[in-house]
Design a protein around this ligand. Structure first.
Ligand SMILES: C[S@@+](CC[C@H](N)C(=O)[O-])C[C@H]1O[C@@H](n2cnc3c(N)ncnc32)[C@H](O)[C@@H]1O
Length: 327
């Protein structure tokens, strides 16, 4: 266990995925409590370098405990990774890791507002200095907007019923506490037929609001092409995702960037010979890796984790790479 009680998921697998070269430059774009960062530092030699990012202020405090001269931390959103590397005069890296989602300390601290089990302010921002809290969103959005968020990011079948209940309840009192929202959702879903009784009724609503408030899918989709473009030849990109929405983005990006640059879906329908297209900038490395039963038994948070790995080929990046991938 590392400090702050976050057990890193797929730790050895992720470090193996990066195929760490002793003198290489690596980026851990989701530092959390530094479990993966420490393992990367342990694999690096004296000339190696690790740059870590996280937008969470508590992760930034935890990073101060690493005093290793090979280590640099910046508190920022990972979509800013190119600017951070430019500021550090780094133009190419040998490996990048994204371990997506939230960390156990974020969930466990009621003041952060991620937990529907313990009461706290309904915030849910990983970076509390930017953007709108979950409470602020629920105070201003209409039924249609709330329904879309719950349906698109939480795959909540009863999204509209929950959205209506929220709008009706806020006319009486603002929804500002996590337990207040959890109770409201439970009440709404219980009165409709609840099919999945193994899951807390608030699970989907909380997941949806968290993804929305933190722009998690946008960050991921925007950043993947940027990460790939910063890799040196044979550099590795390793991504651990925790739910199907983010895994789908990773899987599609890897699939399109590892094809002769038919990565542009508009070209797929035209009679263009593969040989005439720019060669693929990435190559897939193995199949998706999932945690062993033993890891899941020891750390239930690992349950839904999937690690995907790609390697930068020696072909130049096709013009408009990021644009063609929809970033
Ligand atoms: C699952 S935890 C990472 C845990 C870490 N690998 C460890 O071993 O401790 C994910 C971390 O990524 C951060 N994070 C998520 N999305 C981010 C983004 N777009 N930009 C910066 N940090 C982000 C969260 O604040 C959280 O600390």
């Amino acid at each position: 266990m590392t400090d702050g009680d976050h057990v890193p998921v797929l730790l050895q697998e992720a470090v193996d995925a990066l195929a760490v070269r002793p003198d290489g430059i690596y980026v851990d774009a989701t530092f959390g409590r530094g479990g993966h960062s420490r393992a990367i530092l342990a694999a690096l030699g004296r000339a190696g370098r690790l740059v870590a990012l996280d937008r969470d202020p508590d992760a930034a405090s935890a990073a101060q405990h690493i005093t290793d001269p090979r280590f640099t931390f910046r508190r920022t959103w990972f979509s800013q990774v190119q600017a951070v590397l430019a500021e550090l005069s780094i133009s190419r890296v040998d490996g990048l890791l994204l371990d997506l989602g939230i960390s156990s300390p974020q969930i466990d601290d009621p003041q952060r507002g991620f937990s529907f089990r313990v009461d706290g302010p309904l915030d849910m921002r990983m970076d509390p200095t930017r953007g709108e809290s979950a409470a602020a969103f629920l105070a201003r959005a209409d039924v249609r907007e709330i329904t879309e968020v719950l349906r698109d990011y939480g795959e909540e079948r009863l999204a509209q019923s929950v959205a209506r209940a929220i709008v009706a309840a806020r006319a009486i009192a603002p929804i500002v506490r996590t337990r207040q929202l959890a109770a409201l959702v439970a009440q709404t879903i219980r009165t409709r037929s609840r099919s999945d009784r193994s899951q807390d009724p608030a699970t989907r609503t909380f997941q949806a609001l968290r993804i929305f408030v933190n722009r998690e899918l946008e960050e991921l989709a925007l950043t993947l092409p940027a990460l790939a473009s910063m890799l040196a030849t044979r550099g590795r990109l390793a991504v651990i995702s925790f739910h199907s929405l983010e895994d789908r983005i990773v899987k599609r990006f890897f699939a399109s960037a590892s094809k002769p640059f038919g990565g542009d879906p508009r070209l797929d329908r035209l009679p263009i010979r593969t040989a005439a297209l720019p060669p693929a900038p990435l190559a897939l490395v193995g199949r998706a890796i999932k945690p062993t039963e033993r890891e899941v038994a020891a750390n239930p948070r690992a349950r839904s984790a999937v690690l995907r790995i790609a390697e930068r080929t020696d072909h130049p990046l096709p013009a408009g790479f990021a644009k063609a991938l929809g970033a």
